[in-house]
Design a binder for this molecule. Structure first.
Ligand SMILES: Cc1cc2nc3c(=O)[nH]c(=O)nc-3n(C[C@H](O)[C@H](O)[C@H](O)COP(=O)(O)OP(=O)(O)OC[C@H]3O[C@@H](n4cnc5c(N)ncnc54)[C@H](O)[C@@H]3O)c2cc1C
Length: 316
């Protein structure tokens, strides 16, 4: 079933979460172990991230360096199929532009359709570590909006072989939104305009980047509505877990901690104290969002369900 159908049928805010595929060589059981404790809260859909290849340099016998592409977390599509089969919930694979030609994207979407997957979260993806800025595949997409257009085209029966009309796909397309602005955007208003383009191209709902101050989400939603973005906007939540997160989350995800949170974080002496504070902060945020009538609250588990379970127990 489509995410938008779940949202329409919901009588109260839904619970959903995102998982990462395991590191290459680890079994799928590690994924199930992360999902099992969360099933009691009846998620209607589970997102599975997609991870690009990375490049490493390996020294050959002759002393020359060889550039090798490795994918540390493969398996997004297989995991989605396994989740749907084991738990009878909808799985939402993330699909990215980076590293894909349009032809490979088309084939990936055909695979998803054959597996009975109705949903896709369409993203650009980040640049790989060795590139300063995002470089698309030479036959691929530069922005998520182009990927969304390709999926929408397939939904109306237009594939890359443009001389024939083929069987339409029927994907429900989601897109990413940034309450604190995407880090590359010139300003909030250009970012919002590009977000509107994604919706106009066929995105039927938005999931936001994590945020730690609900006011950021509320003003983001207001600004979206003002420019005519009228699709559901699902807040994304991430509980802070470790002392390292205090610098890592703002640096990597370009999000701010409000002062009331940073002052409490500064008092934490170890990871255990941060984890406790992270849970309490997320519960507080989730309660307010639920009371405000958001369509769903989406948790980034980062493959650790313990904290999300503690939060969900209080909220759902
Ligand atoms: C809910 C969520 C899930 C995610 N899951 C993954 C994942 O599984 N794998 C992964 O690799 N990454 C993931 N990401 C990270 C995401 O790929 C990065 O944030 C990426 O840098 C931007 O992706 P996007 O789809 O928002 O890009 P876009 O919408 O293409 O935007 C990228 C930037 O370009 C600008 N822009 C957009 N269109 C245009 C245009 N036409 N002209 C000029 N500028 C433009 C935007 O303002 C923005 O600054 C996720 C992010 C979120 C919020």
């Amino acid at each position: 079933m489509k995410v938008t159908e779940h949202l329409k049928q919901a009588k109260q805010p839904l619970f959903s979460f995102e998982i990462l595929p395991p590191l290459k060589g680890k079994s799928i059981q590690s994924i199930f172990d992360g999902i099992d404790p969360l099933m009691e809260f009846k998620p209607k859909f589970v997102n599975v991230t997609y991870h690009r290849e990375e490049y490493i340099y390996k020294e050959r016998e002759n002393g020359l360096l060889e550039k090798i592409a490795i994918r540390k977390r493969p398996g997004t599509v297989g995991i989605c199929a396994a989740i749907m089969n084991k738990y009878q919930v909808d799985a939402v694979p993330h699909l990215i532009c980076g590293g894909f030609s349009k032809e490979e994207t088309e084939n990936a979407l055909i695979d998803l359709q054959f597996l009975g997957i109705d949903n896709v979260l369409a993203l650009r993806g980040d640049s790989i570590k060795t590139e300063a800025t995002f470089r698309p595949h030479q036959d691929g997409h530069r922005y998520a909006v182009e990927l969304i257009r390709q999926i929408s085209d397939m939904n109306s029966g237009t594939y890359m072989m443009d001389d024939v009309q083929l069987e339409p796909t029927n994907f429900c397309i989601g897109a990413a939104g940034y309450p604190e602005k995407h880090f590359e955007a010139m300003n909030m208003s250009t970012d919002l305009q590009y977000l509107k383009d994604k919706v106009d191209a066929g995105a039927e709902y938005i999931i936001t980047q994590m945020f730690f101050d609900n006011e950021k989400y509320f003003s983001f939603v207001k600004a979206c509505r003002e420019i005519g973005i009228d699709v559901p906007i699902i807040p994304g939540m991430k509980p802070i877990k470790t002392l390292d997160h205090i610098t890592f989350l703002p640096k990597f995800f370009k999000v701010d901690f409000p002062e009331s949170l940073s002052s409490e974080l500064l008092k934490c002496k170890d990871n255990k104290q941060v984890e406790q504070l992270g849970i309490e902060w997320s519960i507080q945020q989730s309660r307010e969002l639920k009371d405000a009538g958001v369509p769903c609250i989406h948790y980034y588990t980062m493959s650790n369900s313990t904290m999300v379970k503690a939060i969900a127990k209080e909220i759902f």
